[in-house]
Design a protein around this ligand. Structure first.
Ligand code: BG6
Length: 517
């Protein structure tokens, strides 16, 4: 198949603002962390390559370490290693020239005056006009202090230009802390200036959920409880905690992935068509989905923790042996649950969610299983046939890797005199249709934040609603330490009890994830 030439696709459409942002300084707090080097700077460089950054821009890394010029050099390396960049490209040189560094102790109010002076200087030198985007990529305990100090220096509401603040997850660790953080942030920045980032929304395959559902005529009529049997969403990672032990000990799978990334996926699968792609319309529809979810009974949840095992052919240690992890840790590295959405479209359709580290395979997938038609004219139980029993239609949306969408349906096995039905797949593959992309998802989110478009960012109400749903589960889990941790081998599909969650309804987790054939 010939890939579509993206150069021929018009850059801007009604819903994708390919506009270049206004001149802007991007100030990244916590810039010495991995995220800046691996994701943010490569993404900003990709925007520069696509001519989507303004001519006048500056990037200022802020962290505690005294780094000076080393910072720009380190970011340059990161762009080449993790981005789509040739080391010898003059454009890279020109880009790196816009990067500088400012050492600051996050909770020392006095040093913010110095930061302001430095930003004013850069502003003049580069003719930026006062627009600033503050990106908080620090540990969450610093969010409030930074926001308050920016406010105290008048940087949240400048006399010249516009200010915005991007806040990385985790946005709170339960309902109370999320509310308090919202309160503190909104005391300084107006909600229209706040961009709570969830990097899943930057993924093309996630944005495509809206296109798939609402730009095609054939799926939406069957996208409801009359035709859909159940929905499964899996976020399986082969990685462990990768040196982030202390962070993960406090987080666990439910806080780290389910409350945010998975709830975004669920909302995009389940929402009603928004009136437009304006932030308010989309966010309102997502909120309605989350609000329609009744409390999740604890019996409908399962937690797990990996022990040692083999992942991708390599022996790996168990979670409790990871660096800076409590050897008796009760933190879950796997979470699975069943929930319902009690509205007209979805009542009675179970949604199963599961997320885990050190699983057998890396795959983020959504699968929609349709109801079986009456199979009266076929021998429903074909156990003696070549393909086993007749399988229901299954729509699989591969968020990553092997990005694509597959539809399973039944086909007659050729040359046999009997009507034997075999499952076959129609498969759309992103790479063969559109070519390979090295975009990491932050491009779109950074550009949107610079443009002031909040569509792909979480609103305070959304964050609080999802925390309200999960806080009772977290509390119940905290009240009862799991007795049998670790309860799954690294390199497996998680604990056995996760299977029981589905068995009662006659369902099973799909473990044949990934592209077929
Ligand atoms: C992050 C979590 O938000 O998402 C990580 O903190 C997780 O623990 C990561 O590994 C998964 O993101 P992706 O894009 O690799 O699926």
């Amino acid at each position: 198949m010939t890939p579509i030439d993206l150069a021929e696709v018009p850059a801007a459409t009604a819903s994708t603002p390919a506009a270049t942002a206004e001149p802007c300084t991007i100030i990244i707090f916590g810039a010495s962390g991995d995220l800046t080097k691996r994701k943010l700077l490569p993404a900003l460089y990709h925007l520069r390559q696509a001519n989507l950054l303004p001519k006048d821009f500056a990037i200022v890394g802020v962290a505690r370490r005294p780094l000076g010029n080393e910072f720009a050099a380190d970011m340059r390396e990161g762009i080449v290693e993790f981005g789509d960049a040739e080391s010898s490209d003059p454009l890279l040189e020109e880009f790196v020239d816009h990067i500088s560094y400012y050492a600051l102790n996050f909770d020392d109010p006095a040093s913010y005056a110095g930061l302001k002076t430095e930003l004013d200087r850069i502003d003049k030198e580069r003719n930026i006009g006062g627009n600033r985007l503050f990106y908080l990529a620090t540990a969450p305990e610093f969010f409030t202090g930074i926001v308050e100090n920016l406010g105290a220096q008048g940087m949240a509401h400048p006399e010249k230009g516009i200010a915005g603040v991007v806040i990385e997850k985790p946005f709170g660790h339960d309902l109370d802390s999320a509310r308090e953080l919202n309160h503190q942030v909104n005391a300084v920045f107006h909600e229209s200036q706040v961009f709570r980032i969830d990097h899943y929304l930057g993924k093309e395959t996630v944005q495509n959920l809206l296109v798939f559902r609402f730009a095609n005529g054939i799926f939406e009529p069957v996208w409801n409880r009359n035709f859909i049997d159940h929905v499964q969403i899996t976020v399986a990672e082969t990685l462990g905690v990768e040196g982030r032990g202390p962070f993960y000990e406090k987080a666990g799978a439910l806080r780290d992935v389910v409350q945010n990334h998975m709830m975004e996926l669920l909302a995009l699968v389940a929402l009603e068509p928004p009136a437009s792609f304006e932030a308010e319309s989309v966010r309102r529809e997502k909120l309605k989905v989350w609000q329609a979810i009744p409390p999740i009974p604890i019996l409908n949840t399962v937690r797990g923790q990996y022990g040692p095992g083999i992942v991708n052919g390599q022996h790996v240690i168990g979670y409790r042996d990871e660096e800076r992890v409590n050897p008796e840790s009760g933190t879950e590295t796997f979470a699975a649950l069943k929930l319902n959405i009690e509205n007209w479209r979805w009542a009675g359709v179970p949604f199963y969610l599961r997320a885990g580290k050190r699983m057998k395979k890396r795959a983020t997938e959504i699968s929609i299983q349709f109801k079986q038609p009456p199979l009266l004219i076929f021998n429903r139980m074909q156990s003696d046939g070549p393909c086993g029993d007749i399988q229901p239609n299954l729509l699989t949306i591969r968020i990553q890797p092997d990005e694509g969408i597959a539809l399973r349906f039944g086909a007659k096995v050729p040359t046999t005199p009997q009507m034997n039905v075999c499952p076959v797949n129609m498969d759309f593959d992103y790479e063969s249709a559109f070519g390979k992309s090295r975009a990491n998802g932050y491009e779109r989110l950074l550009l949107d934040a610079m443009l002031g478009d909040q569509t792909l960012f979480s609103h305070r109400d959304g964050v609080e609603t999802t925390w309200a749903l999960y806080t009772p589960v977290l509390q119940a889990w905290a009240a009862k330490k799991p007795e049998v941790f670790p309860n799954y081998f690294a390199g497996s599909w998680g604990p056995e009890c996760a299977e029981h969650l589905l068995e009662l309804s006659g369902h099973r987790w799909r473990n044949d994830l990934g592209r077929k054939g």
